[in-house]
Design a protein around this ligand. Sequence first.
Ligand SMILES: C[S@@+](CC[C@H](N)C(=O)[O-])C[C@H]1O[C@@H](n2cnc3c(N)ncnc32)[C@H](O)[C@@H]1O
Length: 201
Amino acid sequence: MTSEDLNVSRETFAKLDAFVKLVQKWTAKINLISRQSEAELWERHILDSAQLFALAPPFETWVDLGSGGGFPGIVVSILAQEKSRDQRFVLVESDLRKGTFLRTAIRELGLNAKVISGRIEEIEPLNADVLSARALAELDVLLEFAERHLKSGGTALFPKGSLWETEHQKARMRWSYECDPIRSKTNPDAAILKIKDISRV
Ligand SMILES: C[S@@+](CC[C@H](N)C(=O)[O-])C[C@H]1O[C@@H](n2cnc3c(N)ncnc32)[C@H](O)[C@@H]1O
């Protein structure tokens, strides 16, 4: 992977590369991601997370739920540094060891982000302009999380696998929302669901 593939500056690419090295170092101890080569890590996690950034409307606060090893939360925080210093990121992660990893990454990479170590359904509402969650829960549940943490008028970005249409049908039984499915750059069967105007049916 190169800075041209991702359409980012060399400085941003160097930060992404430093993050990849950090993930690899910590994965040996706390299993942030399944064991894989560095090339796979770029494609399956960095590129997959980075594609969300271009889909976000203008925002001040981006909240990433269940950030785990920092996907997409840390990746989008790195990309944001290239554009603006004013965008704030909040990463919610209940696992304390992963929280320690995320705080280390934020400190070492100098990101404008913070970590909340708590459960999504228990912490105070976060009033996000943009809300993301990757590999966390079914759409039906994610919409419940969005109801709590997304500001009125905000946008949710949920990357989903090949079964996204089934999840969408199921969620429609409980929720009304505007949904724009965008084909994933890393898997043609997968989609990023760009969701707005969520309310209960
Ligand atoms: C399958 S991992 C996905 C991590 C990351 N988003 C990714 O795509 O690689 C889900 C993460 O969400 C966290 N998590 C699950 N339920 C949660 C909850 N209710 N509140 C906060 N974090 C939660 C887990 O600890 C785990 O790190």
